[in-house]
Design a protein around this ligand. Structure first.
Ligand code: SF4
Length: 423
C-alpha cells in the first residue's frame, strides 16, 4: 500500500508540466477567523529560472486519466506509476504543509476519472474541507476540467481564488489530433461561464457588500507551444480573443517538452522551444500593457516572432519612420512604443517633464534603459545615441546576442524542501 509521501512524490511530479500558476493576484488578509493569508505578490515568491513558481503545493488529485492527450505524461496509454489522493488526505496534507511554512497555497489539478464532473466533485470536496473545516484562507488555484457542468464550475469558483481551463491547443484541428477526447466547445463553455459568472458576481457585490466572491483572482489558461504546427500569429490571435472575450487574467505558454514517443508529436530528442515561449510572453506583455494589437506584431507574411530580437524592437525596426521620438512632447502611448521605455519609465517621463524640459542626463538618473532607448529618442532636440545607425546595424545592435540563457524546465521537487520527508 502506497503511503502519503509516495503519493505526493508521484502526484507532485505529475503536475509539474502545468505552468498556469504564477502569481496569486488576490489580496485577502486573515480576519482572525481562520488560518492563512492570500497576498497579491506573496504567493509565488520563489521562482525557477524558467518562470515556474514553486511556493504553492502544486499537485494532482490523481494521475489516473481516462483521456489520452498525446503530449501528456499522464495519458491513459502511458505505462507509469499511478496514484490518487482521497480528498481528506489532500486537505490534511495541504494544511500540514501550510503549518510548516513549506507552502502558501494550493494549485490543484487532476487527471480525468470517470468523467469531468466526477473528477471535479472530488476536487471540490478537497476545497470544501480546506475552506470550511480547516478555515484555510490561503490562496487556491483549481483547474476546471473541460466539459465540467456549470453548477460544479460555479461551486469551484466560490471556493478557489483562481480557476483555469487549459486550452492546450489553439486550433480545432490540433485539438482533434492531439487531445481527441476534448472538444473546443467543452473548453470554451466553462471559460464563457466563468467570465459571465464573474461579471454577475461583481454586480452582486455592489448590491450586497458581503456576497461571496467568485474566482477573485480571475481565470487563466495554458497553451502548449511547439507540439502542433500553429504559428505564433495563430497563438497570439487566440490569446487576444481570450483576453477580449473571456477577460482572462493570464495566458500561459508552455514550451512543449517531448516526453512521449508519438508520431503526431515532435521527436523526443528535440529541445523544448524555450526561446519561442519567451518571445510569446514578451508579445503577450505588449498586448496586455502596451496597447499593441496582434496585427501590429505579426501578419500572414511574417507569422512568427523574430527569435533574435524582442517583439517591441522588431516592431520599432519595421517603423523607423516613427522615430526618433522627442521625449518632451510624445504622448503616453507613443512613449510606450519606444524600445527600452516601459510603463514605469513612461509615467516617470511624463511626471518629470511637467516641471522642466528633460535633458539626456535626466534620463540616466531616471534609470531609463538607454542601451535600447538611445537609438529611438531625442531629448530637448538631442539624439540619444552618438550616431544614427543604418537599419541593418541597428538590428545587430538590438539582437539578443547571448540568447536568453534559459535552462531546461525544472521544478523544485518536494524532497528538496528541507523537512518534507520528516512529515
Ligand atoms: S486530460 Fe489529457 S492533459 Fe489532462 S491529465 Fe488527462 S491526458 Fe493529461
Amino acid at each position: 500500500m502506497m503511503d502519503l509521501m509516495q503519493k505526493l512524490a508521484i502526484l507532485g511530479e505529475s503536475a509539474r508540466y502545468d505552468v498556469s500558476c504564477s502569481t496569486s493576484g488576490v489580496d485577502r488578509p486573515n480576519q482572525g477567523t481562520g488560518i492563512g493569508n492570500a497576498s497579491i505578490g506573496g504567493i509565488c515568491h520563489t521562482w525557477t529560472e524558467d518562470g515556474r513558481c514553486v511556493s504553492l503545493l502544486k499537485v494532482l488529485m490523481t494521475n489516473y486519466c481516462e483521456y489520452d492527450c498525446a503530449y501528456c505524461a499522464n495519458r491513459h496509454s502511458n505505462d507509469i506509476v499511478r496514484a490518487a489522493f482521497s480528498p481528506e488526505e489532500l486537505a490534511d496534507l495541504t494544511i500540514a504543509f501550510y503549518r510548516r511554512n513549506y507552502i502558501e497555497g494550493l494549485f490543484l489539478s487532476s487527471g480525468v476519472v470517470k468523467s469531468p464532473d466526477h473528477t471535479t466533485e472530488l476536487m471540490i470536496r478537497v476545497l470544501e474541507l480546506l475552506r470550511r473545516q480547516y478555515r484555510f484562507n490561503g490562496y487556491i488555484h483549481a483547474k476546471v476540467i473541460p466539459g465540467t457542468s456549470a453548477d460544479l464550475v460555479e461551486q469551484t469558483g466560490f471556493l478557489a481564488d483562481r480557476i483555469s481551463v487549459n486550452m492546450e491547443q489553439c486550433t480545432v484541428a490540433s485539438l482533434q489530433q492531439l487531445a481527441p477526447q476534448k472538444t473546443a466547445l467543452a473548453i470554451a463553455k466553462p471559460m464563457q461561464f466563468i467570465a459571465s459568472r464573474r461579471q454577475a458576481n461583481r454586480d452582486e457585490i455592489i448590491r450586497y457588500r458581503h456576497s461571496p466572491v467568485f474566482a477573485a483572482a480571475g481565470q487563466s489558461t495554458q497553451i502548449i507551444i511547439g507540439a502542433s504546427p500553429e504559428r505564433d500569429l495563430q497563438i497570439l490571435s487566440s490569446t487576444q480573443r481570450l483576453y477580449n472575450d473571456y477577460q482572462l487574467k493570464r495566458v500561459y505558454y508552455s514550451a512543449y517538452i517531448p516526453i512521449n514517443a508519438d508520431k503526431r508529436l515532435p521527436a523526443v530528442s528535440q529541445a523544448p522551444p524555450l526561446l519561442r515561449e519567451h518571445r510569446l510572453y514578451q508579445a503577450d506583455w505588449l498586448l496586455r500593457f502596451y496597447r499593441f494589437e496582434v496585427s501590429e506584431l505579426l501578419d500572414i507574411h511574417q507569422p512568427d516572432l523574430d527569435l533574435e530580437i524582442d517583439p517591441k524592437c522588431a516592431w520599432a525596426l519595421r517603423h523607423l519612420d516613427c522615430f526618433p521620438v522627442e521625449l518632451n512632447r510624445a504622448d503616453y502611448e507613443t512613449l510606450l512604443r519606444v524600445p527600452g521605455i516601459g510603463v514605469q519609465s513612461a509615467r516617470k517621463i511624463i511626471a518629470a517633464r511637467r516641471n522642466r524640459c528633460l535633458k539626456l542626463d535626466d534620463l540616466k538618473r531616471m534609470r531609463l534603459v538607454m542601451k535600447r532607448a538611445a537609438w529611438f529618442i531625442t531629448c530637448d532636440g538631442q539624439y540619444g545615441a552618438a550616431r544614427i545607425p543604418q537599419a541593418d546595424s541597428l538590428r545587430f545592435l538590438l539582437a539578443d546576442k547571448a540568447g536568453i540563457g534559459r535552462q531546461s524546465p525544472m521544478q523544485l521537487q518536494l524532497e528538496d524542501i528541507p523537512g518534507v520527508r520528516a512529515l
